[in-house]
Design a protein around this ligand. Sequence first.
Ligand code: P6P
Length: 328
Amino acid sequence: MQTLGEFIIEQQKDHQDASGELSKLLSSIKLATKIVNREVSKAGLVDILGGVGGENIQGEEQQKLDVFANKHFIKALQARGVVCGIASEENEDFIDCNTEDSKQAKYVVSMDPLDGSSNIDVNVSIGTIFSIYKRITPVGSPVELKDFLQKGIHQVAAGYVLYGASSMLVYSTGNGVNGFTFDPSIGTVYLSHPNIKTPEKGKIYSINEGNFNSFEQPIKSYIDYCKQEDKSSLRPYSARYIGSLVADFHRNLIKGGVYLYPSTSKAPNGKLRLLYECNPLAFLVEQAGGMATNGKERILEIQPTELHQRVPFVIGSKKMVEKVSAMH
Ligand code: P6P
C-alpha cells in the first residue's frame, strides 16, 4: 500500500514540480489534515462542539472546529514557506504570508477549512476544500487580490478532505484524481482509490428540494425529470442530500450522480462560493471525467470578481450535468 508521502514524491518526478515546492505544499496540507481529523474524530468528547459565539464573514455562526481548522491550515501552510498568500472562507480578506521564506513562494491557496460545519454537532461528515494557483504577481512582491481571482482553469492543484466514517484526502495536480484513506491506528494515509473516474451517468440527484418553489423553471423541470418513471434511463432517480457538500460530492463522484445548488430567493447567486468550493470541485470532477457548470456555462471558465462570490452550481456525472444545461 503506497502512502501519501511516497505518492507525492513519485508525482513530483512526473509533474513539472522540479523545485518540489508543490510537494512540500501538499505535505503541509497532509499535516494540517491529520491535526483537524484528530479533533473532528473526538469532537463529541472534548469541549470543542458548539458555536464559538462569533460569526464568520458569511454571517454564519462560527463553530469552534471552524476556528480550529482555519488556524491549523493557515499555520501549516505558512510554516513551510511554500505559500505566499491564503484566502479562507473564515477570513474577510486574504492573508499575505509576508515571512522571508513565504515572500519567495510561488503558490497561493484558497480554502474552505471546514465546510458543512452546521453538521458538526450532529456527527454528520464534514469537509475541507482547497484550491492551489501559481501567483501572477512578481515573486517577492506583496500578494494582490488578482493572485486569487484567477479562472478555475488555471488551478495547479485542488482537493478535499472528507472527515467521515473513515477520513479521506482526495486531490489532483492535473494528472487524474487519487483518493487516500487515513489509518488512524498508525496515523498514516494510504492510496486507497487510485485514478478515480466518475460514472458518465448515475441515478442520484442531490438538491435541497425545500427550496423548490423558488427555483427557476429549468431546475424545476429537471427535478420533475428525475422523478419520472423511465426504466431505460434508470428513472426515477434516488434523492440523496446530506447537506454537507463534500459528503454529497464524494458519494456522487464514486457512484455517479448530480449535485445542484441553484439560485434561490434567499441566495439569488446560489449559496456556494466560486473560489474555494466550486472551482476546486469542478477541477476534480473534470479530471475524473465529469462536468461542472453554473447551470449554463463551465465553472472553470468563470472570471472571478470577488473573493467570496457565490455562483449557482451543478456538478457530477457528465450526461446528467448536460441534461440540466439542456433544460436551460
Ligand atoms: P442548505 C453547508 O453549509 C453548505 O455550504 C454545503 O456544505 C451544503 O451542501 C449546503 O451548504 C447546504 O445548504 O441550504 O441546503 O442547507
